[in-house]
Design a protein around this ligand. Sequence first.
Ligand code: NAG
Ligand code: NAG
Ligand code: NAG
Ligand code: NAG
Length: 401
Amino acid sequence: MLSVIMMILSMGTPGLSTTSSFNVMQYGAVGDGKTNDSPAFLKAWKDVCQTSKSEISSLIIPAKTFLLRPVIFKGPCKSKYIYIQLSGKLVAPKTKEEYKGSQINTWLGFSYVNGLVITGRGRGTIDAQGSIWWDNPCLGNAPSGVKCRPPTGLTLYRCNKFKVIGITEVNPARSHITLTSCKSGIITNLRLIAPGTSPNTDGIDISGSTNIQVHDSYIATGDDCIAISAGSSIINITGITCGPGHGISIGSLGTRGEIDNVEDVHVENCTLTETLTGVRIKTWQGGVGYARRIWFENIRLVRANNPIIIDQFYCPNRVDCLNKTEAVRVSDVTYRGIVGTSLTETAINLSCDQNVGCYNIVLDRVYIQSAIPGTKNTLAFCHNAHGTASHTKPSVKCLLK
Ligand SMILES: *[C@@H]1O[C@H](CO)[C@@H](O)[C@H](O)[C@H]1NC(C)=O
Ligand SMILES: *[C@@H]1O[C@H](CO)[C@@H](O)[C@H](O)[C@H]1NC(C)=O
Ligand SMILES: *[C@@H]1O[C@H](CO)[C@@H](O)[C@H](O)[C@H]1NC(C)=O
Ligand SMILES: *[C@@H]1O[C@H](CO)[C@@H](O)[C@H](O)[C@H]1NC(C)=O
C-alpha cells in the first residue's frame, strides 16, 4: 500500500472531491518503448481500481513511451471516478507473436468500469501499430476460408458514464475505438488517424450503447469515420471532420437475419471530405428491426462520393446477396442543410427494400453540386422510398407519397 504515491486530500472545501493517484512508474513500468509494461500497468490498475479511499482514483501515465501487450483493465472499481491521465505514448507490439495467448478482440480494453475518464490533454497518444494486420488479418496460419478479425485499438465494454478526451490514436489493426454496451458517454477532442487504404479501421464504432455524445474530433481513416450499429439509441454526433474514410454510417444492420434496432441519432455540423460515402444508412437483406428518428443536419461535403445514401441491399462482399422478404425498417430520417460537392453523379440514392420500403424520408435544403468541373448536374435516385423533399438540388422527384 506504500506504493500509493500521492494522496491529495482537498482540505476544508466542502464538495471538492478527493483524489488518489497511482503512477505506473512506481509499479515497475520502464517506459523505454521496448519493455513489455503491461504487467506494471496491471499492478497499478489493481490499486487504482481497488482503492476506496477517495472519490477519484487516477492512473498516471507520464510522458514516456510504454510498450503494452494486449491488456484488459477490468472493473467494477471502488471509486466513483477512474481517471486515466495519459501524458505519454502507448505503443502496441510490432509482432503478432506478442498477441498470442491473450484476449485478441482488442489491444487495450476497459470493461465494467463506471465513471471512467481517459484524458490525453492533447498530448496523450496511442499507436496501435496495426499495419502488421492489414495485409493478413489472421494471427497465425488460418485455414483458408476463415475470416480473421484483428484486434481493435481501444474498447470500452459495459462502461457507464465515461469520457474520452484529447487523445490521438493512430493505425489500429481494426477500429480505433469501439463502444459496446455502454451508457452515457462523451467522446471529444480526439484525433483518429490511419491511411485511407487501411482496411476496417473505423474511427468510432458504437453498438448496444445509449446516450453517447461524440463531438469536435478529427477522423481520417480507411473505413467509416463513425458507425452506429445494433442496439444504439440517443447518439449525438457534432463537429466531426471526416476524411479520408467512408463517412458517417448507421449500420450495417440486419446481418445474417439479425434483429437490429437504432433510434434517435443526431448528426450535426460535420464536414466530410473525399469520403467514399457521405451520410449513409446501410442494412442487409433479410434483417429485422428498425432504424428510425435519424437526423443529418448542417453537413458540409467536399468532393464526397455518394453523399446521401440509404442502402437496404447492403452486401459488400457480393456473395449470397439474394433479395429476402424481410428488411430492417428505415423511417423518420431527415436530411436538412446538406451542402457541398459530389464526385459521383448520383448525389442522393435512396434504395429501399421492395416489400418493406422506407417511410417519412425528409429532404430539406439539400444542395449538392458536381465536384467535377464541366459536368452536368447531379442526380437523385429512389427505389420504394416514401417522403418529401423541399429546396433540393438535385431535385428529388422520385419519392413516393
Ligand atoms: C442531442 O441532440 C438533440 C438535437 O440537437 C438535442 O435536443 C439533445 O439535447 C442532445 N442530447 C445530448 C445528450 O446532447
Ligand atoms: C451547429 O452549428 C450552429 C452554427 O454554428 C450552432 O448554432 C449549433 O449550436 C451547432 N449545433 C451543435 C449541436 O453543436
Ligand atoms: C444506388 O444504390 C444501390 C444500392 O447500393 C445500387 O445498387 C445502385 O446502383 C445505386 N444507384 C445509383 C443510380 O447509383
Ligand atoms: C433485388 O431487388 C432490387 C429492387 O427490386 C433489384 O433491383 C435487384 O435486382 C434485386 N436483386 C436480386 C439479386 O434479385
